[in-house]
Design a protein around this ligand. Structure first.
Ligand SMILES: O=C(O)CCC(=O)C(=O)O
Length: 345
C-alpha cells in the first residue's frame, strides 16, 4: 500500500494559464521523500481498504467516478439520476441514534498530543488554535450547507493521487478546484468537468472574523507577540471540504500548490473542524516521527500562516464517537469528521 502525500512538495518550474507546473521527476522524488516518512508514522494504520483508484479503472468523465467507494458507504448515498453516486454526509437513516460522546477510545501512539481541547493555544509563530470557536449553531449550519452542496453537481467525490491510489476521504472544492492527481488549481475539476460551487458568503465572513479574532488573541495573550507573530489577513478563494469517515486519514504533506505570491506572503491556511475529533500531526520536517500532535475537536479553528505556512501536517486518526450528540441529532451527519480548509490562491 503506498503512502500518500496530500499536496506534495512543490517547486515552481513554470506557470501557464494560471496553473503551476512541476516536472514529473521533481514530483516523483518529492513524493517519495514524503511517502517514506509517512509510511514510518502510519505504519500501524491501514490507509485504505482498496488500493485502486476509480479514475485508473473507469472513464473519467463518464459512468463511474463516484460508483466505487472506499468501503465506507452507507445507506443514503444517492444516485442523482446521472448515474453518479454523490456522497451524502447526512444520509437519512432510520432509527440511528448517535452514540454518546466517548472520552475513552483515544489511544496515543508515540508522542503525547500537545493539546487536548482546553482553551486557545499559540503553538508557534504563526500557528494558533482557537478551541471550540465555532458555535454549535454555526457548526450545524456548516454541515447542512456542505451536505446540500455535496450531493449536487461538483459535490463530494473520492479523489485519487497520481499513482492511482485513493485518498482516504471524500472531497469537494468550493471556489477554485484543487486536483490531488495533478496538484493543480482550476475552475472545473478534471474528474467530471464539474464547476466548483462558489464559497458561501457566510463562510468568507467566518474566516475573516476568525483571522481577526486569532490575531487579537495573539496580541493580548501571547507575551512574545510581535508583528511577525500575526497572520496576514486574506479573503479565501479556495475551500477544500474533506469528509473523513471513522477510518479516514490524510498523509503528511505541505500545502504548497497555491500561487507564489500567496506562499511568499505566508497567507494563512484556516481550518474548521466539525464532528468527530482528529489527531492532527504537524512538524518542521518531512519526518512524521518528529511531528507534534494536537487533538482537533468539533468547533476548533486552526490557523497556520506566516512562518508556519509551510509546515508539514496530516491527519493520522479520527477518534470515533467524539462528536457532540446535538450536532448529530440536528444534522444526521454520518460518523466521522468534516474539515474545511480555506486558502487564498
Ligand atoms: O483535516 C485536516 O485537519 C487537515 C486538512 C489538510 O491538511 C488539507 O486540506 O491540506
Amino acid at each position: 500500500m503506498p503512502g500518500h502525500n496530500r499536496h506534495g512538495n512543490r517547486s515552481v518550474s513554470g506557470k501557464s494559464d494560471g496553473k503551476i507546473k512541476q516536472t514529473n521527476a521533481e514530483r516523483k522524488m518529492k513524493s517519495k521523500i514524503v511517502t517514506d516518512g509517512l509510511q514510518s508514522v502510519l505504519k500501524n494504520v491501514k490507509l485504505d481498504d482498496n488500493d485502486e483508484c476509480n479514475s485508473k479503472n473507469s472513464n473519467k468523465n463518464g459512468g463511474k467516478p463516484y460508483g466505487k467507494d472506499d468501503g465506507n458507504r452507507e445507506s443514503g448515498d444517492k444516485d442523482n439520476g446521472s448515474n453518479k453516486m454523490r456522497f451524502d454526509i447526512c444520509p437519512k437513516r432510520d432509527n440511528v441514534k448517535p452514540k454518546a460522546p466517548s472520552l475513552f477510545l483515544y489511544k496515543v501512539r508515540g508522542n503525547q498530543p500537545k493539546h487536548k481541547g482546553k482553551g486557545n493555544v499559540y503553538f508557534r509563530p504563526v500557528m494558533v488554535l482557537m478551541n471550540n470557536y465555532i458555535s454549535i449553531e454555526d457548526q450545524i449550519s456548516i454541515v447542512k450547507t456542505c451536505r446540500e452542496l455535496g450531493v449536487n453537481n461538483g459535490g463530494f467525490y473520492q479523489p485519487c493521487y497520481s499513482d492511482g491510489s485513493k485518498l482516504n476521504l471524500k472531497m469537494m472544492c468550493l471556489g477554485k478546484n484543487w486536483d490531488p492527481e495533478t496538484k493543480l488549481y482550476s475552475e472545473t475539476r478534471p474528474v467530471d468537468n464539474a464547476e466548483s460551487h462558489p464559497i458561501p458568503e457566510v463562510f468568507h465572513d467566518m474566516v475573516i472574523k476568525a483571522l481577526q479574532d486569532s490575531n487579537a488573541y495573539i496580541m493580548n495573550q501571547v507575551p512574545e507577540a510581535n508583528v511577525g507573530a500575526l497572520n496576514p489577513l486574506m479573503v479565501p478563494d479556495i475551500c477544500i471540504v474533506n469528509f473523513y469517515s471513522e477510518s479516514g486519514k490524510l498523509g503528511f504533506h505541505q500545502d504548497e500548490d497555491e500561487s507564489e505570491m500567496s506562499l511568499k506572503k505566508g497567507l494563512p491556511v484556516v481550518s474548521f473542524s466539525i464532528g468527530d475529533s482528529a489527531e492532527f500531526l504537524y512538524g518542521e520536517t518531512w519526518n512524521p516521527d518528529d511531528a507534534e500532535k494536537v487533538i482537533l475537536e468539533s468547533g476548533d479553528v486552526l490557523i497556520f500562516g506566516g512562518k508556519s505556512r509551510h509546515i508539514f501536517h496530516g491527519v493520522s486518526y479520527i477518534l470515533p464517537d467524539t462528536a457532540q450528540t446535538s450536532l448529530i441529532e440536528s444534522t444526521d451527519m454520518r460518523p466521522g469528521r468534516l474539515n474545511l480548509t480555506f486558502r487564498k490562491y
